[in-house]
Each structure stands twice: as C-alpha cells, then as structure tokens.
Design a protein around this ligand. Structure first.
Ligand SMILES: [Zn+2]
Ligand SMILES: [Zn+2]
Length: 288
C-alpha cells in the first residue's frame, strides 16, 4: 500500500517546487540570493537521490507499523474511511474536524520529534539540516535518512495510536512535505495576526538563524500555536539574518553529511561509560 504514496508524493514535490520557484522569483525575501546559491548542488543531490531513498525507508517503516497495529489491535475495523479515526471520542466528530485534528496530532509529533533532535544525541543528525547558509524550498530536502525515519515513525505511531487508518498517513505526510517546502522558501511571508496559528517562511528563518539560542525556537511544521503553547515561539519585529547557520563544523558535501553524524555517535558511544567498560579502558583522569 505504501508504494502508492510514492507517486503522489513525487507529483506534489515537483509541482510545489515549480510553483515555489516562481513565487521566490516574484516575491523574494532576499532578492540578491541567486537561484544557484550556496549548497544548491548538495541540496539537489538530496532531492534527487536521498529524499526518494528516505521515502522508501520510511514507507518500509510505516508498513511495519501498520502490520504491527493490525496484529496488536485486531478489533480495529478494516473498512473505515481514510480520514476517520476509530478512537471513540474522535470518531464522533465531523469529518473535517477529524482531518484537522489528525493534522494537529501529526504536527504535535513533529514538534516534539524536532525538539528532541536538538538534544545532544540526535543533534549531529539534525545538524545536517542546519548546515545550510542560504535557504530556499530545496533546502527542505537536506535531511539525514535517520532523521527522516525517526520522524516518520513518530508521526505515524501517534496517528495510528489515535485510531487513524494507515492509509491516512499518505495525506498527512503530503501536507507535511508541502508545508516544509513553504517554510524554507525564500519568501518574506509571515501571515499577519495568523502568525500565532500558522508557521510561515519568515518564522522558520529564525529557526535557522546563527544567533545564540535562536535555533531552539519555532519547532512546529504547520501550526505555530504549538510553539506558543510550549514556550518556543520567537518572532522579533526585525527581519531574520540573511545568513543562516549554526552547524558550521558539518561538511558541506552530501556524503560527508551522511557519515559525519554516524562517526560522532560512534565516538560518543565509545567514550561513554559502557563503551569504556566494553573496551576495558579506564575512565579519563583515573590512575591506578
Ligand atoms: Zn531544527
Ligand atoms: Zn528548517
């Protein structure tokens, strides 16, 4: 079933990319940023190569999740509409509200997954995304496959746990992809008073700001009210810095970005108490 999600995702990806390229030419946030900007080749590599591969990995993970859900929750009806939850309190709501609630649940999982990737152990993988100096919609593709797998598993698990059928995940993932493209686009939009409800390109640019503490703000993908609720909303009146960053130690080429986080995890594990114990090495500073 999840093979079917690849074609709609691919079509949406290409159409949204073309439309946003046009919008970026018409209403750029940074007019002097060229189309072939810094990191363009790396991001194109992700978009053409890693993103489809990551989607395949994610599809495999979701297939596993849905099989597990069907095995562990055999009482779930198999013929509910794609948008309809089987959780009693959610199933009683009108269809549009179930879809909206599904989107909020999807973004709730995204918010916390994103926030956790800013912690010590997952940061090397997420830092790949923060290594961009220039942002446009193509920057969305710069995501480590491990992070892609982690986020999809988290989003899918929450929706399935709340009674949404596995087939609904295709819709929510497509919404997430389109929103992510829009957030990274070189556009100045902030949506006025709706800025406290919906995320925007102007808001997300602050998340990529190299200024101290800024990267730990604005984690939501669709609904900025999640940032407001959890105290991470940050939208100063002044425009965000044109130069993005915050992970300057990260290699700028694709293969370097794939392997560098793994090397860091290996080094951290080897340096941990367990790693030292297994290697038979004494703790640093301890003499016998
Ligand atoms: Zn981030
Ligand atoms: Zn981003």
């Amino acid at each position: 079933m999840f093979r079917r999600m690849l074609l709609p995702l691919a079509v949406v990806t290409v159409v949204a990319g073309l439309l946003l390229t046009l919008c970026e030419r018409l209403w750029p946030a940074i007019p002097e940023q060229p189309l072939i900007r810094r990191g363009f080749v790396t991001d194109l590599g992700y978009w053409l190569g890693m993103a489809p591969l990551s989607q395949l990995i994610s599809a495999a993970a979701l297939s596993g999740l849905s099989v597990a859900a069907a095995t562990m929750l055999p009482w779930l009806p198999k013929d509910q509409p794609w948008f309809a939850s089987t959780a009693p309190h959610i199933a009683a709501l009108p269809a549009w509200l179930q879809i909206l609630l599904g989107l909020i649940l999807f973004d709730f999982a995204t918010y916390w997954g994103h926030r956790w990737t800013h912690g010590d152990w997952l940061w090397p993988y997420h830092a790949v995304h923060h290594a961009s100096h220039d942002l446009d919609w193509l920057s969305t593709a710069r995501v480590h496959p491990f992070q892609m797998f982690f986020m999809k598993a988290l989003q899918g698990s929450l929706l399935i746990a709340c009674g949404y059928p596995a087939s609904s995940l295709i819709f929510f993932f497509i919404c997430g992809t389109v929103s992510s493209y829009l957030l990274h686009a070189n556009l100045p939009w902030s949506y006025g008073p709706l800025r406290y409800v919906l995320t925007s390109p102007a808001l997300h640019r602050w998340h990529h700001s190299p200024e101290d503490g800024m990267r730990d703000k604005n984690f939501a993908l669709i609904f900025s009210f999640l940032d407001v609720m959890f105290g991470t909303y940050h939208m100063p009146e002044r425009p965000a810095p044109k130069e993005c960053g915050g992970a300057d130690w990260m290699p700028q080429n694709l293969l370097g970005q794939i392997f560098s986080p793994m090397r860091q995890t290996w080094a951290a594990v080897a340096d941990s108490r367990l790693g030292r114990l297994l290697a038979g090495r004494p703790k640093l500073g301890v003499t016998s």
